[in-house]
Design a protein around this ligand. Structure first.
Ligand code: SAM
Length: 243
């Protein structure tokens, strides 16, 4: 099995636990993470069942054509710009009848709410709409929805990528949750970033708001967070396919 974007090996090590024999190729773009996962494999006594390959998802050239039975990845494509090329590589390295298994958050689903001017992070901030727009502009500039790899795809795009790559049998399950916020802790809320590539809400506020704007914004938003009067939207796609 090839674990693409393995990080600390959650998927690959779990697969080794489930099967008595077989090898896992742990691959990642980061040399630091590969060294770390190698040290974990050593500690767990699994070195003889692991290989370590430094390669980006979009260029798996260290691996031969038709050389693996399974390609698995989780939360990796959100970091990859060349998604179609990555699917071609997954197809290339799989043996005939080999299986592809992918789980990815569909971050774009959450942006529907983000795009409503009166909403900020799922809360209705109509009285301070102008201030909310200033903060949202920070995020939009850093991560344009149509071009940033975290946001520029949804489940339909995933199906197109996998079909275009040549896979014969394809399945996709979409899990959507539209729920009240789980947490009412203000400091946790402003100390959180929507994803690892953007500033926290507190940082974004400090970048672009005057002191009086910050006070007005907090006076509106904090009670809403405290009483969980918001809506959170999230979606994940689980896709599996056979070569
Ligand atoms: C959110 S982590 C997911 C780790 C692991 N798959 C899991 O589910 O626990 C994303 C991983 O993707 C790796 N990554 C980022 N860009 C990549 C690329 N272009 N090709 C392969 N891996 C990449 C990162 O180094 C990181 O290890």
């Amino acid at each position: 099995m090839l674990d693409v974007g393995c990080s600390d090996g959650l998927i690959g090590f779990d697969a080794l636990e489930k099967i008595a024999s077989g090898m896992v190729i742990l691959s990642d773009i980061s040399q630091d993470l590969l060294e770390y996962v190698q040290s974990l494999a050593r500690d767990m006594g699994l070195l003889d069942r692991c290989q370590f390959v430094r390669a980006p998802a979009e260029d798996l050239s260290p691996l031969d054509n038709a050389s693996v039975d399974v390609v698995a990845l989780r939360s990796v494509l959100i970091y990859v710009s060349a998604k179609q090329q990555s699917f071609r590589e997954f197809y290339r390295v799989l043996k005939p009848s080999g299986r592809l298994s992918i789980l990815e958050p569909i971050n774009r689903f959450g942006t529907d709410l983000f795009d409503q001017p009166q909403r900020f992070a799922g809360y209705d901030v109509t009285p301070v709409i102008d201030i909310a727009q200033k903060i949202k502009a920070v995020y939009r500039q850093l991560q344009p929805v149509d071009s940033d790899p975290m946001l520029n795809f949804d489940e339909r795009n995933l199906i197109t990528y996998v079909e275009q790559a040549g896979f014969g049998e394809i399945h996709l399950e979409l899990q959507v949750d539209i729920v009240p916020p789980e947490d009412n802790d203000w400091h946790a809320f402003i100390g959180t970033a929507g994803n690892p590539n953007i500033p926290t809400i507190e940082e974004a506020m400090q970048w672009v708001l005057r002191l009086d704007e910050m006070e007005r914004f907090i006076a509106c938003l904090r009670p809403l967070v405290g009483s969980r009067q918001g809506i959170h939207r999230r979606a994940v796609a689980y896709l599996w396919a056979v070569k």
